[in-house]
Design a protein. Structure first.
Length: 217
């Protein structure tokens, strides 16, 4: 993948999605951190239905850390895997209190040391809450990057490295956020909307041809 073609892809996405926004509702880094952990194998919409109750009852890490586990489980039950998630968000809160004075840290190494936090979540927090550029790689970014030929890698960290080389550092957060949203709403896993895609003419993904043919018949 040439940087020129990557720039064209990013330019089209910037026109299509000028203001990419994090769809997990939050008021601060703590809320976004907890919401992101809850979003694993769950839709942002569902998480957004749960977090207002969660943060009203436990608006800071110390309170969530001290909460009864069964009460936390009940509040987040509808997000799925609620027992594991309750343990993760309480352990994460415990680390925030014990190691970082109840504040979400602003360094990658510190963030990924927290229970339930990987590089995807850390890059999201860094970019959204601290203005530190980071390439967010979730399942959508993995899929879209592969289909567009932006990477041949399959592991998230390798894809992150490849995208860092193609996207100017100042645009890491915005660029990867646009790839994510494009994957969520256009370049779908099973039925990509190729006929509606702003990248159709620069994408060699084979599924596009079949879909266009089917729409004509």
């Amino acid at each position: 993948m040439s940087k020129k073609r990557a720039r064209e892809i990013l330019s089209r996405l910037a026109h299509s999605i000028p203001h990419p926004a994090v769809e997990l509702r939050h008021n601060n880094a703590y809320e976004l951190l907890i919401a992101t952990i809850l979003s694993a194998q769950c839709t942002d919409e569902r998480v957004n239905q749960v977090t207002p109750v969660l943060f009203e009852r436990w608006p800071e890490p110390a309170l969530l850390d001290a909460a009864a586990r069964e009460e936390v489980e009940e509040v987040i039950r509808s997000t799925g895997f609620y027992r594991n998630k309750a343990r993760s968000i309480q352990e994460c809160s415990h680390h925030l209190v014990q190691r970082f004075g109840g504040q979400v840290p602003s360094k990658m190494a510190d963030l990924v040391s927290l229970p339930g936090v990987g590089r995807k979540t850390a890059n999201l927090i860094l970019g959204e809450c601290f203005g530190v550029p980071g390439v967010i790689v979730d399942t959508h970014v993995l899929r879209v990057s592969a289909r567009l030929g932006l990477t041949r890698a399959e592991q998230a960290e390798s894809v992150e490295s490849d995208l860092q080389k193609l996207i100017p550092k100042k645009d890491w957060t915005l660029g990867s956020s646009r790839l994510l949203l494009h994957g969520r709403y256009v370049c779908l896993a099973k039925k990509p909307r190729c006929s509606e895609c702003c990248l159709a003419s620069v994408c060699s993904f084979g599924g596009k041809i079949d879909l266009v043919a089917n729409s004509d018949g």
